[in-house]
Design a protein. Structure first.
Length: 309
């Protein structure tokens, strides 16, 4: 990591260095890409181009590209550990890619100054896998928190907005409850109300159905779809819950081993000729992902000298 120190903007400008949208701290390999001011002309709110990212020697993404269309629900699916949540962190600017670019509403996320990135994040709602409610605040104050933190609205207006968001998720009557008094499904719905408190342009969902009973799953499926349509949101959902995700997604990317192994509408994914995609979507115990861990021949192992493992 190299730090770009700016002591005199005018002197740097005279040298032909463009600094207006360059972050104050930026990996040296990223500086050149930040000089590119091009904006995607496609009807995509989020555009991922030729993205590569690794943690140490482990490659998470290997030159992948994705488009997330405005007003649509796009799902990223795959087994646990394939980097689905990592993709959300890259889109939100929490992580830097090793190669490639991510544009959100025409802005190169990793070329923004800190204040510009924070401004962009205010337009990006996030539903965490755990809900991430503040445990010492009741439901009302959890939903009011982003409004109080990022706006100067008077309390009567904040109250109106909070009640509107809670009404949208069906929990206006639970406004005085504490997080430890909520069921898992209720906590997830309160977190969703908080995610839409600032009327974002998009919401990122990190495994929204994990740990939910069938009724709670059904409620979340209905909420995600209805809020997306009613509020004109763009939704990015990472999940390995096949049935629920396929029921509401407009487009699906299936990833494995750093690559996109399948993409298309839910019907196209269902009809995919890829054996790996079919195994994942149907939950087959054996296939390209083998049931048995690699081992020597079973009979030879039984008849061996009895070497301890």
């Amino acid at each position: 990591m190299k730090t770009l120190v700016i002591n005199d903007d005018n002197s740097l400008t005279k040298l032909g260095v463009v600094i207006q949208n360059t972050p104050l701290s930026l990996p040296s390999t990223r500086v050149n890409s930040c000089m590119d001011k091009s904006v995607s002309l496609q009807d995509s709110l989020v555009s991922v181009k030729n993205l590569s990212f690794a943690r140490g020697d482990k490659k998470i993404f290997d030159d992948i590209s994705m488009e997330f269309e405005r007003g649509k629900i796009t799902a990223i699916m795959g087994p646990s550990g394939t980097g689905k949540t990592t993709m959300l962190k890259l889109i939100g600017g929490q992580l830097f890619p090793d190669h490639g670019t991510i544009q959100v509403d025409g802005q190169n996320v990793h070329c923004l100054r800190k204040n510009e990135l924070y401004t962009l994040r205010k337009r990006m709602g996030m539903l965490f896998q755990s809900g991430a409610l503040l445990t010492d605040m009741n439901v009302y104050d959890n939903v009011a928190f982003p409004l109080r933190e990022h706006t100067h609205l008077p309390e009567p207006m904040i109250r109106t907005l909070v009640l509107m968001k809670l009404q949208a998720v069906g929990l206006r009557g639970a406004s005085s409850l504490m997080p430890n008094e909520l069921s898992g499904g209720m906590a997830r719905r309160v977190a969703l109300a908080r995610a839409i408190a600032l009327d974002p342009m998009m919401i990122m969902y990190d495994e929204p159905f994990t740990g939910q009973d069938p009724i709670s799953k059904g409620a979340l499926v209905h909420l995600i779809k209805s809020l997306n349509n009613t509020l004109g949101l763009t939704s990015i959902m990472v999940s390995h819950d096949v049935q629920e995700t396929a029921a509401i997604a407009d487009y699906i990317y299936v990833i494995s081993s750093g690559k996109i192994v399948g993409q298309g509408t839910p019907q196209q994914i269902k009809d995919s000729s890829s054996e790996w995609v079919q195994q994942f979507m149907t939950g087959a115990a054996d296939g390209p992902v083998h049931f048995h861990y690699p081992a020597k021949d079973y009979i030879d192992d039984l008849l061996s000298s009895g070497k301890r493992y």
